[in-house]
Design a protein around this ligand. Structure first.
Ligand code: TRP
Length: 336
């Protein structure tokens, strides 16, 4: 990804949509790990605001959420001195490459995307072309930066597979323009489930506010949500098939404390669910306290935020321009 062309570290890239305050699930499953990867990799992280337009948004809310999302990434430990961090729509190359890639994408392959099928069923009154071509934009995001690795959850796996397909197709036609990205499977990441329906993934768009923790929730709110978490009618804190609620709580506790599942089971042997839920709530509140503090600080300092996202956009533009220029030349667009 480096501007100089010489590189030792692999590039990791990921994006997150600004459709609300991130949840504990986003934090444990993704963003917390993004921060940890900064030493070992060249990292690029961005707020995927263009992606959010595929579903109707309130303009003022989207604008605020995008800036908040940027501040949240900083608050979670993404360091602009170490990583490239920017807002997608500030870098026009994403939309440009997306158009070109969409001309190398088949209707049939987009029709097979399960997320398209799900979202078009959910928003049947607005099955827009952007919702359909969304994977081409995501492919552009990744390929512009010649990313080696992309940390994605299960729901984005198919889109990454598509990215690899379109990049390979393009490379075969024109000779290598793109690095073929690999999925990055994190050792510490985990899928965090809803606190109310623990067979469902925790989602910030859940109508039941008790089902998810946002990373800005106040400690008492966090503790109360954990107290209300759905478990089962048994008494034993142990990780076992069928105990989805307890398994989810054990996962959260184990990841945030660094203890193994066995150690957690031992710690709560003979204790009731009430004690356990309280302990989980306290650990989560503890871990999220600095994030909330940082966010207060960053969002009060608009000048700093502007400076950071502008610098990020400039650097992202410089890096992505190289790939875009190569692609334009290969497909036969006349040089300016
Ligand atoms: N589509 C992803 C999501 O909704 C966000 C995203 C956009 C992304 N571009 C990306 C993730 C590129 C990884 C790489 O979660």
């Amino acid at each position: 990804m480096e501007e100089s062309g010489k590189k030792e570290k692999q590039t990791i890239l990921s994006g997150i949509q600004p459709t609300g305050v991130f949840t504990l699930g986003n934090y444990i499953g993704a963003i917390r790990n993004w921060g940890k990867m900064q030493e070992e990799y060249d990292c690029a992280y961005f707020v995927a605001d263009l992606h959010s337009l595929t579903v109707r948004q309130d303009p003022a809310a989207l604008r605020k959420q995008s800036l908040d999302a940027f501040a949240l990434l900083l608050s979670c430990g993404i360091d602009p001195e170490k990583s490239l961090i920017f807002i997608q729509s500030h870098v026009p190359a994403h939309a440009e490459l997306s158009w070109i890639l969409s001309c190398y994408t088949q209707f049939g392959e987009l029709s097979r995307m399960t997320q398209f099928k799900d979202k078009s069923a959910k928003h049947a009154d607005n099955v827009n072309a952007g919702l359909f071509t969304y994977p081409a934009l995501m492919a552009a995001d990744i390929l512009l930066y010649q990313a080696d690795l992309v940390p994605v959850g299960a729901d984005q796996k198919q889109h990454l597979e598509f990215t690899r397909d379109v990049a390979t197709r393009f490379n075969n036609l024109y000779g290598g323009a793109f690095k073929i990205p690999e999925p990055y499977i994190s050792q510490t990441g985990a899928k965090i489930m809803s606190l109310q329906e623990p067979t469902k993934k925790m989602s910030k768009s859940d109508e039941n506010k008790n089902a998810f923790i946002t990373i800005l929730d106040e400690p008492n709110v966090i503790i109360n949500k954990f107290k209300r978490a759905v478990t089962d009618s048994e008494k034993e804190v142990c990780f076992r098939e069928g105990k989805d609620g307890i398994n989810n709580l054990i996962t959260i506790y184990s990841i945030l404390t660094g203890k193994t599942v066995a150690q957690v089971e031992q710690e709560f042997a003979g204790k009731g669910y009430g004690d356990f839920k309280l302990a989980v709530g306290e650990v989560v509140a503890d871990k999220l306290a600095p994030v909330r503090e940082n966010f207060k600080r960053y969002s009060a300092d608009r000048a700093y935020l502007e400076q950071v996202y502008r610098a990020g956009a400039d650097r992202a533009a410089a890096i992505s321009a190289r790939t875009l220029a190569k692609v334009k030349k290969k497909v036969g667009l006349a040089a300016r």
